[in-house]
Design a protein around this ligand. Structure first.
Ligand SMILES: Cc1cc2nc3c(=O)[nH]c(=O)nc-3n(C[C@H](O)[C@H](O)[C@H](O)COP(=O)(O)O)c2cc1C
Length: 210
């Protein structure tokens, strides 16, 4: 059987995917969800309360992770649901028709937990799931990870620091610290190392704000 390595997922990294689930009445649902690769055959999810996804996953104890880069699928599944003809049946589950790859995940552990983050205190459903049936529909599959985009954005801000002042400079500092937070949350060792170098170079501009 193919493992998560075969679809480009590496242990410790968080990927932006579209998760499809099925409700009790059998209708499919899609939503963008961050999937943490915790091993070659295991993923972890943190689900906020109130979504169709968390309800379906608690009831069915299974879901499908779709790896894709289609912006329309991300937008439509965030703002509402995908149209029925965007889904395809795979045995008892549904996947997104134009996914580059997908896999079936069966929940092995699930718990509601209080967590504190930058948004304050909330309850999240934390789960672990075992990976089954990895299906590749494209030869070259690359799951979305925000770290490289963050690093590119951070470099753009860094190289513009000589050109900005006042409120714009404040905004750049604020964005830089948010990018650093994201890269350290979702990236791999090489992303974190790269971000550290950027932050060091950025700190040369600390005097500018004093
Ligand atoms: C890129 C991206 C990643 C997301 N990751 C998560 C996540 O990890 N957990 C979660 O609960 N919601 C996440 N969301 C928010 C859900 O996708 C959003 O609440 C969605 O509307 C839920 O849809 P549903 O009610 O059909 O399940 C994410 C949204 C985006 C755009």
């Amino acid at each position: 059987m193919l493992n998560l390595g075969s679809v480009g997922m590496r242990k410790g990294m968080l990927y932006e995917t579209v998760v499809t689930t099925k409700s009790r009445d059998g209708s499919p649902n899609a939503a963008p969800i961050g999937v943490i690769c915790t091993g070659e055959g295991e993923v972890a999810l943190h689900l906020h309360q109130g979504s169709h996804t968390v309800k379906n996953v608690k009831e069915e104890r299974r879901f499908v992770v779709n790896i894709l880069k289609d912006p329309t699928v991300f937008v439509e599944s965030t703002l509402g649901n995908l149209s029925l003809d965007s889904f395809e049946k795979y045995n008892q589950d549904f996947y997104v028709k134009n996914a580059d790859a997908f896999f079936i995940a069966e929940v092995t552990y699930i718990k509601d937990m209080e967590k504190e983050d930058q948004f304050g205190l909330s309850t999240a459903t934390v789960l672990k799931a075992e990976v089954h049936d990895v299906v590749k529909k494209c030869e070259c599959v690359e799951p979305l990870n925000r770290a490289i985009y963050g690093i590119i954005e951070a470099l753009v801000y860094l190289t513009r620091m000589d050109m900005v002042s006042g409120d714009m400079e404040k905004l750049y500092r604020h964005r830089m610290s948010e990018i650093s937070r994201v890269v350290n949350k979702v990236g791999g060792t090489e992303h974190k190392k790269a971000m550290k170098k950027i932050s060091e170079a950025f700190s040369k501009y600390d005097d500018k704000s004093e």
